[in-house]
Design a protein around this ligand. Structure first.
Ligand code: TA6
Length: 296
């Protein structure tokens, strides 16, 4: 066993957490609770799987995803930090999802819920950001994720952040996404246009890429085919992004199957664009998302 894996093994918890090489040989935590199972890779602090007992997987993963250093994992919950979207001469959605995070702590509560605390290495080469960034994942009947940024430098720091969550759906053409009625959004398909969501729910008939502005709303995904209602609650977040690549964009992504768009939708929670966060020295903030679901 290599040295890294040996030191990681100290964080295993009998019956709750097993740490072993996952896809691509990347270190992976396999989590089992009385209510669910989950997988977290140190690469990108990436939650790739969350599934409640008796339900289909809640998180969607592409069968074409790469699992390699310096490459993003396609699906699950990419942690996009300290920027969102493309950036000249830098990786899209920031470097956090391309970096191997440190495993800081693991714990199991008496009720079986498992908590994993991951820490982004500081002073990364060429990274214009100093501060501590931790990602805390709690697995149980629900999936709770908290991205905590603490500016312990002497300068203000400004960043974007989003948990770019991919959800499994039975058929994208049959689902509806509720909770954003009346909210302004930037429509990013064919340029960027400011619009207002006048519909009672979002339904999908084409590529959809929307950045909803100044919203703290809880969002629900109603899935008639899987007979499931998914609920996305958040705090410390003013932005919600809704995305499905549809046909052309699916074909254009090497790590995304041409027909996979039928079974996924992204509902992402964070602070992007004009909602970017500025922390004064010594100040911290937390982006928190709680995912729950029930069969209906
Ligand atoms: O959040 C939606 C989005 O910004 C889309 O525009 C699309 O680029 C998607 O993220 C996926 O980005 P990625 O870099 O992971 O391929």
């Amino acid at each position: 066993m290599n040295e890294q894996l040996a030191s990681l093994k100290e964080h295993e918890i009998t019956g709750a957490i097993v740490i072993s090489p996952g896809q691509g040989g990347l270190p992976r935590l396999l989590i089992t609770t009385p209510a669910s199972t989950a997988e977290i890779y140190l690469h990108g602090a990436h939650v790739t799987t969350f599934q409640k007992n008796g339900e289909p997987p809640l998180l969607w993963m592409s069968a074409e995803s790469l699992f390699a250093p310096g490459k993003a994992i396609r699906g699950g919950v990419p942690v996009c930090f300290p920027w969102f979207g493309p950036k000249a001469g830098a990786p899209a959605h920031g470097y956090a999802r391309l970096t191997e995070w440190n495993l800081a702590a693991t714990s199991a509560a008496p009720d079986g819920r498992v908590t994993v605390r991951l820490r982004l290495p500081e002073n990364l080469e060429g990274v214009p950001y100093t501060g501590s960034v931790e990602f805390i994942v709690t697995v149980g009947d629900t999936l709770t994720m908290e991205l905590q940024v603490n500016n312990h430098s002497t300068e203000s720091v400004t960043f974007e952040e989003i948990l770019h969550t991919y959800f499994t759906v039975g058929d994208i053409a049959a689902i509806s996404v509720k909770g954003l009625h009346g909210v302004h959004y930037l429509d990013k398909v064919g340029g960027t246009t400011l619009k207002t969501d006048e519909d009672d729910a979002i339904r999908f008939t084409a590529e959809t890429d929307r950045v909803y502005l100044d919203t703290t709303h809880t969002v629900e995904i109603a899935d008639p085919q899987l007979r499931r209602l998914i609920r996305i609650e958040k705090s410390g977040s003013a932005s919600t992004v809704v995305w499905n690549p549809w046909v052309a964009k699916s074909k254009a992504m090497a790590d995304f199957g041409d027909e996979e768009y039928h079974q996924m939708v992204c509902v992402e929670s964070g602070n992007v664009g004009a909602a970017q966060t500025t922390l004064a020295p010594g100040v911290a903030n937390t982006l928190k998302v709680v995912l729950s679901s029930r069969l209906v």
